[in-house]
Design a protein around this ligand. Structure first.
Ligand SMILES: [Zn+2]
Ligand SMILES: [Zn+2]
Length: 219
C-alpha cells in the first residue's frame, strides 16, 4: 500500500494504542530511573550528614581533651605555687629568727662599745700609765679586763667631747696614733685609723679581723 504510506496514521486507533503503551512503558522506565537517582542522592546526602556529625563529635571530643589538659596544668601550677608559698613562709620565719639573733648580738656589741668608751673617758690619766706598765696584758675592751667606770656621766661626756692629751691611748701598731678603732670579733680597741686599714689581725690577741668600728669622738 504505497499510496497510503505517506499519510499520517495517528488517526488509526491501533497505532495510537501501541504508542500509548510504548509511552507508558517509557514513563515507567523514567520513573524507575528518577527513583533510583533520588535514592542515590538521598544516600549521598545521608552519608555527608553522617560525616559532618562525626567531624563535629570528633572536634568536640578533642576540645574537651584539651580543656581537661589545661585544667590539669592549672591544678599542678596551683599546687606548685602553694608549695613555694609554704617554703617562703618557712624562710621568712628563719630570717626573722636570724634578725632577732643579730639584734641581740648588735645590742651586746653596743654595750661593749659603751663600756669601752666609759673606760676610756673614766680611766683618765692613770689608765694609759697602767697600760704602759703592763704592755703584755690583753686589750682594753674585754669584759674580763679592768673596768674603770665613770662615776659622773656629765664628766664622762665632757671628757669624750674634748679628751685631754694625757688620756689618749697609743696605737699598738705604730705607737704614735691614738687607738680609736674597735676590732671585731675580739673587741680590742688598740689601733689608730691608719694602722687599722693595713692590719689583717688584732695586734693584741692576733685574732683575725673581720670588721672594725671607728669609735665616734675618739679623734
Ligand atoms: Zn697606728
Ligand atoms: Zn684582739
Amino acid at each position: 500500500m504505497a499510496s497510503t504510506s505517506g499519510r499520517p496514521d495517528a488517526a488509526s486507533p491501533v497505532v495510537e494504542d501501541a504508542l500509548v503503551s510504548e509511552l507508558c512503558g517509557h514513563g515507567a522506565e523514567i520513573d524507575a530511573l528518577v527513583r533510583a537517582e533520588l535514592d542515590r542522592l538521598r544516600a549521598v546526602l545521608e552519608h555527608a550528614h553522617k560525616r559532618r556529625r562525626q567531624a563535629v563529635a570528633f572536634a568536640a571530643a578533642r576540645a574537651l581533651r584539651e580543656k581537661d589538659a589545661e585544667l590539669d596544668a592549672a591544678r599542678r601550677r596551683a599546687a606548685e605555687l602553694e608549695e613555694r608559698l609554704r617554703q617562703a613562709a618557712a624562710e621568712s620565719q628563719a630570717w626573722c629568727g636570724l634578725a632577732r639573733t643579730n639584734e641581740a648580738v648588735a645590742s651586746g656589741l653596743r654595750a661593749a662599745l659603751d663600756n669601752a668608751l666609759l673606760l676610756r673617758s673614766g680611766g683618765g690619766v692613770a689608765f694609759p700609765a697602767a697600760h704602759h706598765q703592763h704592755a703584755d696584758e690583753e686589750g682594753f675592751g674585754d669584759s674580763g679586763g679592768p673596768v674603770h667606770e665613770a662615776k659622773d656621766a656629765a664628766a664622762a661626756m665632757a671628757a669624750m667631747s674634748s679628751p685631754p692629751a694625757a688620756s689618749r691611748w697609743a696605737c699598738r701598731a705604730c705607737g704614735g696614733g691614738e687607738a680609736s678603732v674597735l676590732l671585731l670579733p675580739c673587741r680590742h680597741l688598740c689601733l689608730c685609723k691608719a694602722c687599722e686599714t693595713r692590719a689583717d689581725a688584732c695586734p693584741v690577741c692576733f685574732a683575725e679581723k673581720n670588721a672594725a668600728i671607728h669609735v665616734a669622738g675618739a679623734n
